[in-house]
Design a protein. Structure first.
Length: 131
């Protein structure tokens, strides 16, 4: 992720740079570097989707069954591929709930984390039995 960020900065910003985070978040800077911001968000979304698809089933599977790491990764990827829209919705729900938890200064995480953990376990069980 860090390496991709450096490559995108090098490709889009040349030597101009953005400055600091406060400069990046100003509307003027966003308009000047809209191509960079869109590319950065697109590549970030692709990486997030890849990491989600590789880990959504593999982590619970490694804890639940005696399988090797590669089998768990392939199973997770295939389960995500075969159930793409529900898994996309699940990923968006996870991200949204974590954003709510962060917006509450992490106070809501006391409820959100166990809830997501429980729901993720049941999602894993349903996915593995379905595939």
């Amino acid at each position: 992720w860090e390496r991709l960020s450096a490559i995108l900065v090098g490709l889009f910003l040349n030597s101009s740079g953005i400055g600091n985070l406060a400069d990046l978040l100003t509307l003027q800077t966003l308009q000047q570097h809209a191509d960079f911001v869109l590319a950065y968000l697109a590549f970030g979304a692709v990486l997030a989707l890849l990491m989600f698809s590789l880990s959504v089933v593999s982590l619970p599977m490694l804890m639940h069954r005696k399988v090797d790491f590669a089998t768990a990764l392939v199973t997770s990827f295939m389960a995500t591929r075969l159930n793409f829209l529900p898994m996309l919705l699940w990923g968006v729900l996870i991200a949204g709930l974590i954003a709510v938890g962060m917006a509450s200064y992490f106070i809501a995480m006391v409820v959100i984390f166990p809830w997501l953990g429980h729901a993720s376990w049941h999602a894993y069980r349903d996915l593995i039995e379905a595939t």
